[in-house]
Design a protein around this ligand. Structure first.
Ligand code: CU
Length: 113
């Protein structure tokens, strides 16, 4: 773990001054509708995140972020805290149950847009 940190820091140090400083990742996120889209995108309205676009049809989230300011796993955590499972981090039951009924993707719910 310590070695990993050193490697990460070295990688960051080497990337200083080299544009582009933002990275874009796409990963799977569970969700059903435009309300989910708003909720997920709002959850990622944080320092270090430039842009977040969720596609409910494809259940994919694309995030442009600054890896010097926020780690990729944090993107998953923020989405999970908002109640949505990602391919790496599952939302807690409490976070999931806080969603409106029509957004409860685990029960196959769908919202009318
Ligand atoms: Cu929804």
């Amino acid at each position: 773990m310590k070695n990993l940190t050193i490697i990460t820091l070295a990688a960051l140090a080497m990337s200083f001054g080299k544009p582009p400083k933002y990275e874009t990742v796409t990963f799977a996120v569970e969700g059903t509708c435009s309300m989910c889209k708003d909720r997920i995108e709002e959850a990622l309205d944080k320092r270090g995140i430039r842009k977040a676009i969720y596609n409910p049809e494809e259940k994919s989230l694309t995030v442009t972020y600054n890896p010097k300011k926020i780690e990729e796993i944090q993107l998953h955590n923020l989405v999970a805290i908002a109640g949505h499972d990602t391919e790496l981090v599952k939302a807690t039951n409490a976070a999931y149950m806080a969603l409106p009924g029509c957004c409860r993707y685990r029960e196959g719910a769908t919202c009318d847009d």
